[in-house]
Design a protein around this ligand. Structure first.
Ligand code: MRU
Length: 356
């Protein structure tokens, strides 16, 4: 089945598919400077929590590879600046910071092991590529755990785009749907368009259509109507940051879907890698919410659709843990109380499925 490739490390540089142009055009750019990679993350050429983590890792590797530092001290100070630039791009998705931490750890190991700059540079490139490769296995494991919770047939709903475009693997929420579909479950996906950036209409609809998975595109204000119909068997979305108590930040609009799901007795699930956990914060109140440009609300693809008034654009909202029936990860399935189950999964090196 078709799997979109949002990012790739090549000899020429970091190649990214411009997600802003989809579905109309499939255009890729090759980045040769880490500052350009940071700009691409900020401006949504690449988006989706795990994918921006991969982009940040590749940006860090690119920065080191291109460095002309002559001493270890100069290289270290340049690396700090590279990581700071990449960290300032988008504040909510914790995968970005997780990937940078991993690159920092590898840099510290490499510089302790050798003073050969060629080896340090190659080691950083290898680590970024490893992070990318791991997305595939991580997503597939999440997909296998989550597929068990999908209905044998009927409608399921998602939000935003948590597919291959958002991870560099097969996707988290869409990975669950994909694995369930490949297992023979006869699913039909309801795709809310996800205003204002339209990741649902532009990206999820595109991915599902290319993958041959039946879907119906709906506008965001149709969610309640469809959930009330009694025909939706499950909802599965991705996550940008999961606090220790299970409160989960995801694309704006996810919270209202979760509340409507509870009202209509539809199970609401999160699919996300363990790297999305932020156990350093007790609850969702501590999750920084990215505020994006109001022009993304007042304009659609550059065309003004509202008068010149004040507009708000919080890019994410937080769904309280009490609305989440389970969290699918690559190490197993977490259930409430999440303070215990998330910690157990974070500690576990090996897959540890919890009983359903
Ligand atoms: O602003 P975006 O497009 O980066 O937001 C993406 C989402 O909210 C996704 O649902 C989330 O990152 C999970 S992606 C597997």
């Amino acid at each position: 089945m078709y799997v979109a490739q949002p990012i790739e490390w090549t000899e020429r540089g970091v190649v990214m598919l411009d997600q802003r142009r989809l579905p109309a055009e499939e255009i890729s750019y090759t980045y040769t400077d880490y500052r350009e990679v940071a700009k691409a993350i900020r401006e949504m050429v690449i988006r989706g929590a795990p994918a921006i983590g991969v982009a940040a890792a590749m940006g860090a590797a690119l920065g080191i590879l291109q460095s002309s530092a002559k001493s270890l001290a100069a290289l270290q100070s340049e690396f700090q600046e590279i990581c700071d630039t990449l960290a300032k791009t988008r504040p909510t998705a914790v995968d970005l910071f997780w990937a940078l931490e991993r690159m920092k750890r590898r840099f510290a190991e490499l510089t302790a092991e050798t003073s050969d700059f060629a080896k340090i540079k190659q080691g950083m490139v290898d680590e970024a590529r490893k992070i990318h490769l791991e997305k595939r296995t991580t997503d597939e494991a999440i997909g296998r755990f989550g597929a068990e919770f999908m209905p044998r047939e009927g409608q399921v709903m998602t939000q935003c785009n948590a597919g291959a475009l958002a991870t560099g693997g097969i996707g988290t929420a869409l990975g669950v749907i994909r694995v369930a579909f490949e297992q023979g479950r006869k699913l039909h996906v309801l795709v809310p368009e996800t205003r204002p950036y339209l990741q649902g209409a532009r990206l999820t609809a595109w991915e599902l259509h290319k993958g041959g998975i039946p879907l119906t595109l709906i506008t965001d204000n149709m969610v309640g109507h469809f959930l009330k119909s009694g025909k939706v068997g499950a909802i599965v979305t991705g996550a940008d940051r999961i606090a220790a108590n299970g409160d989960t930040a995801n694309k704006i609009g996810t919270y209202q879907i979760a509340v409507l799901a509870k009202e209509n007795k539809v199970p609401f699930y999160i699919a996300a890698p363990v790297s999305t956990f932020d156990l350093s914060i007790p609850d969702g109140e501590h999750i920084p919410i990215e505020e994006r440009s109001a022009a993304e609300v007042t304009h659609l693809q550059g065309v003004r659709i509202a008068p010149d008034v004040h507009a708000a654009h919080p890019a994410f909202d937080v769904t309280p843990a009490r609305y989440i029936a389970a969290i699918f990860t690559e190490r197993g399935v977490a259930r409430a109380p999440y303070n215990d189950s998330l910690r157990a999964l974070a500690r576990a090196g090996q897959p540890v499925a919890t009983a359903r």
